[in-house]
Ligand binder design. Structure first.
Ligand SMILES: [Zn+2]
Length: 289
């Protein structure tokens, strides 16, 4: 057994439990060890785009539960395991092997070859999945609401609207039943043809986005994750069925399986003056059905 293929991940299908074999244990500093399994249901935080935080849960070895203190992406190129922010490349980069590193107390004494069950906190996972699905939907609704704000042709989003979210996003953080997205509206966005004045009154912008979200939720479309393979490094895509068409967004996170699981999604905006322009923050709140 080796990590040659990288960790097989089962969370994209919604799994919250799994059983695997420990293939590597490495010192992670601060009295913690990084435990790599051949397969896991545990969602780790990504290094290059840390939008969805790690799951909560335990590794169960010989009927003893070891709390997972954090879960990060690990990568190897020539045998040595790099962890989290030490990984110098994006997840999926050719020539590297990517693994899920479960960080637990070094005193746990877990060893390579052990069988380990992964048990994820299902409530926390469900809340993150709701937050992540709502985040994608809100980004599409925002793109649609700002469709007239562009004076030039730019790249289109998953539904054909000018891709404000993709072009302006600086940071996206998923939280239980919500998300917070930070957009930079500066010189480079204006050069691409975006008119900041088109943001108008932020409460009115939120009303437009929220009306769109209500319409989409009412149709209760199916949501699924498509993937090229079953390892951490394989490309995955969020697919959501909407009346206007199928929205597809590259995504490594976890999601609900239907918009019918959401009773309501609403956004609110705030803006601050930043160097050379504006920083717009969209806070999304999901209420599960
Ligand atoms: Zn995503």
């Amino acid at each position: 057994m080796s990590v040659a293929r990288g960790t097989v991940v089962t969370y994209p299908t919604g799994a919250v439990t799994s059983t695997g074999t420990v293939v590597q244990v490495a010192d992670a500093g601060d009295g913690r060890i990084a435990v790599v399994l051949d397969r896991t249901a545990f969602h780790p935080v990504d290094t290059a785009w840390p939008d969805q935080p790690a799951d909560r849960g335990v590794l169960r070895v010989d009927e003893v539960d070891h709390p997972v203190l954090d879960a990060v992406v690990g990568a190897t190129q020539d045998g040595s395991l790099l962890l989290g922010t030490d990984v110098p490349v994006r997840t999926g980069t050719e020539g590297w092997t990517f693994v899920v590193a479960h960080l637990i107390d070094a005193a746990a004494g877990v060893r390579a070859g052990d069988t380990a069950a992964v048990v994820v906190d299902p409530q926390h996972r469900a809340a993150l999945s709701a937050g992540h699905t709502a985040c994608h939907l809100a980004s599409l609704a925002l793109d649609a609401a700002l469709g007239d704000a562009w004076r030039k042709e730019v790249a289109a989003d998953a539904l054909g609207a000018p891709a404000f979210d993709a072009l302006a996003i600086q940071e996206s953080r998923i939280s239980p039943d919500g998300s917070r997205d930070v957009y930079r509206i500066g010189k480079s966005l204006r050069r691409k043809g975006f008119d900041p004045a088109a943001l108008g009154d932020l409460d009115e912008l939120a009303d437009r986005v929220n009306r769109q979200l209500t319409t989409w939720l009412a149709a209760g479309g199916a949501v699924r994750i498509e993937r090229d393979g079953d390892t951490l490094a394989d490309r995955r895509t969020w697919v959501c069925e909407l009346a206007v068409g199928e929205a597809r967004i590259p995504c490594g996170g976890t999601h609900l399986t239907s918009l019918a699981q959401l009773a309501r999604v609403t956004v609110a905006f705030s803006a601050t003056t930043a160097e050379g322009g504006l920083e717009l923050v969209m806070t999304t709140t999901a209420v599960r059905a």
